[in-house]
Design a protein around this ligand. Sequence first.
Ligand code: 5RP
Length: 267
Amino acid sequence: MEWGMANRMAQLIQSDGHALFLPVDHGYFQGPTRRLEEPRKTIEPLLPYADALFITRGVLRSSVDPDNTKPIILRVSGGTSMVGKDLANEGITTSMEEAIRVNASAVGISIFVGSDYEKESLLNLSKLVDEGERYGIPVMAVTAVGKELEKRDARYLALSSRIAAELGARVVKTYWCEDFERVARGCPVPVIIAGGPQVDTELEVFEFVYDGMQKGAIGVNLGRNIWQNDFPVAMIKAIRAVVHQKATPKEAQEVFSTEKEKAGKKS
Ligand code: 5RP
């Protein structure tokens, strides 16, 4: 691996081999998502606990100070919206030159396997990988399911993740699912778990993150289940304990409760 590529990968994946990415890119197709309406307010308290930020260039420039030293994964696909015809019909929105200009450590793009735009999204990924490899910038592929959340099963996610790796993604972001080991085993590059819509309890989040990591994920790219929680800092600290300190779901719950109590006393 070239020095630049290796250096960027090392910025993203920590020395223990694990990673906690914080995605705040949701507005690129969802608009002002709940509790991300004012991105700076959401990002600032959480940034110290994230290993990298997954973000669009617009929110990066408007809502993150340039003296931030956390690695940036730049969201470079888009062009669709929740109210448009088809979320899968994405294109590349941001050039590699722009990624270099904002000193991105990686770029991220969604692929929509099984959709009407499967081929376009996969060719977009391939083109981005060609450019990224030229400049030593890793590509993170996001195995998107659009509105079809029922697609989050091992068969579909293993298929999408493997295809992303075959086309050259250096990291694959997918969802946790039952039999997650099938997804991780079939994907020869590091796999990260996204959260999806907020689930009912904190414990459920700790459980799926823990299970995914036991079964081969190297970390998370977890957004709404952190920043839509009433105690987002407590939540990210507890997830960090699972990702980087091998905490069990029960131990993570204890971290959460302690941090929540501290936050309660401050307010
Ligand atoms: C949006 C994304 C998000 O980065 C991803 O879904 C992770 O966030 P969440 O945990 O909220 O699902 O790719 O398209």
